[in-house]
Design a protein around this ligand. Structure first.
Ligand code: F6P
Length: 323
């Protein structure tokens, strides 16, 4: 393989730049040219492709966001869009593509492979940590650190005012950030999409707390929780318990930005390196994952329609320790 390309797709995640750097430098080290595709699949369709040299990825390992920019492309979901994308790759003589993104981006990559015989390898990059086949995705560790820093600060003001704070963390359909930040911050309650909520128990617990003069609480809600997020939970609580003072804090996109943690930089470097080795070995249609600390190549089909299940011990630990 003489030429490969790399792109980032979907929501950005801290550590994507470290992965781009690893892909580019590993490719160049093995005598393969590396191209950057700007703005994800949309850029691939629009021909936004540029050859990368080693200096193009200098001084980016510590930066959040993605130097290649990212997008969610509606056009790539259609065969005509993918055809244009494949033609652009072929025009440059590129026969391998590394996609850094979430599982939606991988589904697109699979189609590109099946329809146009482009070798594709995926690197899981999303703060949600919701991709089956890998214990961790790039960006999760940094987003968790950001959420924990914020919630620790919220705890100070919650206690000072004897208030109940409902903190919403990101995670479209995934409770990883919520559960991990809840355990890390000693939150009193954590609501995640993977678990049914017992709202009556929440009301009982808060009422008990009030009785024994424990007046401040942190309730963490995953954005994708079935109840509909922090604001709805707040409305519910205000209606049910008139004596409490509540505040809502939605952490939002702050969790997507910032300098990646060393763990994310290392994970991204390992995955980027192996993605190139995978393509050069003639293996494709794979995602590079990490399982029990080891880098693994997992076929895309194993990540299809599968959910990255939350470990039962974490749910149990949250249940026991948050009380
Ligand atoms: O998938 C990452 C993520 O940050 C989710 O947690 C969140 O629901 C979504 O992206 C937000 O997407 P956007 O930035 O396009 O609004």
């Amino acid at each position: 393989m003489k030429k490969i390309a790399v792109l980032s797709s979907g929501g950005d995640a801290p550590g994507m730049n470290a992965a781009i750097r690893a892909v580019c430098r590993t490719a160049l080290y093995y005598g393969t040219a590396c191209y950057g595709v700007y703005r994800g699949y949309q850029g691939l369709i629009d021909g936004e492709i540029k050859k990368l040299e080693t200096t193009d990825v200098s001084n980016i390992i510590q930066r959040g966001g993605t130097i290649l920019k990212t997008a969610r492309s509606e056009e790539f979901m259609h065969a005509a869009g993918r055809k244009k994308a494949a033609e652009n790759l072929k025009k440059h003589g590129i026969d391998g593509l590394v996609i850094i993104g979430g599982d939606g981006s991988f589904r697109g990559a699979q189609k590109l492979q099946q329809e146009h015989n482009i070798a594709v390898v995926g690197i899981p990059g999303t703060i949600d940590n919701d991709i089956a086949g890998t214990d961790f995705t790039i960006g999760f560790d940094t987003a968790l650190q950001t959420a924990v820093d914020a919630i620790d600060k919220i705890r100070d003001t919650a206690e000072a005012h004897d208030r109940i704070f409902i903190v919403e963390v990101m995670g479209r359909d995934a409770g990883y950030l919520a559960l991990h930040s809840g355990i890390s911050c000693g939150a009193e309650h954590v609501f995640i999409p993977e678990q049914e909520e017992d709202l009556e128990k929440l009301v009982r617990d808060i009422t008990d707390d009030q009785r024994r003069k424990k007046l401040s609480n942190i309730i963490i809600v995953a954005e994708g929780d079935e109840f509909g997020g922090a604001k709805k939970l707040d409305d519910f609580l205000q209606k049910r318990i008139s004596t409490i003072q509540t505040r809502v804090s939605i952490l939002g996109h702050i969790q997507r930005g910032g300098s990646p943690t060393p763990n994310d930089r290392i994970l991204a470097s390992r995955m980027g390196y192996d993605a190139v080795l995978c393509l050069l070995a003639g293996e494709n249609d794979k995602m590079i994952g990490i399982q029990k600390g080891e880098i693994r190549r997992i076929s895309f089909s194993q990540t299809d329609n599968a959910k990255h299940a939350i470990a039962n011990d974490l749910k149990e630990i949250a249940r026991i320790l948050t009380k």
